[in-house]
Design a protein around this ligand. Structure first.
Ligand code: ADP
Length: 459
């Protein structure tokens, strides 16, 4: 059995990969469990060197990897190249963290006992990644798992397995011992991941994907109290205040909205622009949006297709619904080719505060823009969502920017920046956007468990 990998721009089959089931899923855990003893005892410096070498190899192969990402995901070559660099940086960051597992030595307040605190690898980890960042979501999980001394089984999204396979091959070339990471490709994720969560040898799940699937996995993980990290959906507000530098806000909006064609959990999903600069912002942003070219990465287009037909139907319906609710299309880029799941970047102006699109994750190149005047009302609207991943604030007065930023229930807030992701920063959400953090020191801790020895040294 095999799964075709389809280029969403041309609908051509790029390659096929094996379609694995519960049997192979269990074998992958056998492999990871067997490799754990040696890998968890491998010197941190050695683990660090493997990661560092893999970082260099990813940069060596950057153009090739970018092409692969573009072919299976559809994103532009510029986005794909940026992703490879970003993905590689996780390997470098965790190479540097691997040699700093930390620990503590304490004395009991009453005297006598001494406490030795250490951070140990949690065990075999199940890693589940989505299709929207086929490289970065893999390295953001594999990097800390390897650095911590865990072994792993990895299930990439069926739409984009090729990049994951290529990255694991580079890790092996960099010296990663056999069996430390095994990739399992499948068209039936529920059976593979279910098998892993049932297996007592699997002690960790790290998942990036939608909130509904995250909920299912958390319920399954509860059975054996499996350590869980969840990076789930978002509904990022993009706030522009009355005294914001409109040109900077437009530049930030182009990144926050159109990186990856809007298919990012941190994508600006709803724009709240102050009445004083609303018309200027819409006109300037709209003019930039109209310049975007839509098409295949191979043709140098800025915006690629959506991942599949289902996504296209969903985005189209969301725009039609918003127009029925009173919004209007103020600006739109030229249509892309007929073949492929293309949707033209679209600006929706005069969006009512009650519009459904402001509550849904759009995951496409559509920017709905609402108007605001009162900061308190703005904050109520902004926080009226089950999500809390990212947010963006553009303001001239930095005090107001920080005040609004701190009042938003989100794990990450970009202040006068359209991009929040950074391997050295703890990426993650609050509310139903997730549990745990990826990147930074916290990202390593997600793959470690704290143990202490309470020692009577007879002192
Ligand atoms: P998206 O809507 O972005 O595709 P999903 O949450 O459906 O997000 O997918 C993210 C990852 O979760 C992918 O690797 C996918 O194969 C996997 N997945 C989807 N459904 C399930 C499930 N029932 N159990 C485990 N993994 C799943």
């Amino acid at each position: 059995m095999s799964i075709p990998v389809i280029d969403p721009a041309t609908l051509e089959t790029v390659a096929t990969v094996a379609d694995h089931g519960p049997g192979e899923a269990r074998q992958a855990v056998d492999t990871a469990a067997a490799a754990f003893r040696d890998w968890s005892r491998t010197a941190p410096r050695r683990r660090s060197e493997v990661l560092h070498k893999a970082f260099e190899l990813m940069l060596r192969d950057r153009d090739e990897l970018a092409l692969l990402i573009s072919r299976e995901n559809g994103k532009s070559l510029a986005d794909a190249t940026g992703e490879v660099t970003y993905a590689a940086e996780f390997l470098r960051w965790f190479a540097e963290e691997a040699v700093r597992p930390g620990g503590e030595y304490g004395s009991a307040p009453a005297g006598g006992a001494r406490t030795l605190v250490s951070h140990r690898p949690v065990g075999v980890a199940a890693l589940i990644t989505p299709w929207n960042f086929p490289a970065a979501m893999v390295t953001r999980k594999i990097g800390p798992a390897i650095a911590a001394g865990c072994t792993a089984v990895l299930k990439p999204a069926a739409e984009t397995p090729l990049t994951a396979i290529a990255i694991v091959e580079l890790l092996v070339e960099a010296g990663l011992p056999d069996g430390v990471v095994t990739v399992v490709t499948t068209s039936d994720p529920a059976s593979v991941v279910g098998t892993w969560l049932d297996d007592p040898r699997v002690r960790k799940i790290s998942f990036t994907g939608s909130t509904p699937i995250g909920r299912i996995l958390l319920r399954q993980a509860a059975e054996r109290v499996v350590n869980s990290s969840m990076e789930l959906g978002g509904n990022a507000p993009f706030v522009v205040t009355a005294d914001a530098d409109v040109e900077a806000a437009v530049a930030g909006a182009m990144i926050a909205k159109f990186r990856n064609g809007g298919q990012a959990c941190t994508a600006a999903n709803r724009f709240y622009v102050h009445d004083a600069v609303y018309d200027t912002f819409v006109a300037r942003f709209g003019a930039e949006v109209e310049k975007l070219t839509v098409g295949a990465a191979a043709d140098g287009a800025a915006i690629g297709p959506l991942i599949n037909e289902k996504a296209l139907v969903r985005v189209r319906a969301a725009v039609e619904e918003t127009i029925a609710e009173g919004a209007r299309i103020s600006h739109r880029a030229a249509d892309g080719p007929q073949t492929g799941w293309f949707y033209p970047p679209t600006v929706l102006a005069d969006v009512p505060a009650t519009a459904a699109i402001l509550q849904e994750e759009i995951f496409g190149p559509v920017a709905p823009i609402a108007r605001w005047t009162d900061e308190e009302e703005l904050l109520t609207l902004v926080n009226d969502t089950e999500y809390g991943l990212a947010a963006y604030v553009f303001a001239g007065d930095l005090r107001q920017a920080v005040r609004i930023g701190e009042a938003i229930d989100a794990g990450m807030v970009g202040i006068n920046r359209g991009l929040v992701s950074d391997p050295s920063a703890p990426f993650g959400g609050v509310k139903q956007s997730g549990l745990g953090r990826e990147g930074a020191r916290e990202g390593l801790r997600e793959f470690q468990e704290t143990q202490y020895l309470s020692v009577d040294w007879g002192l």
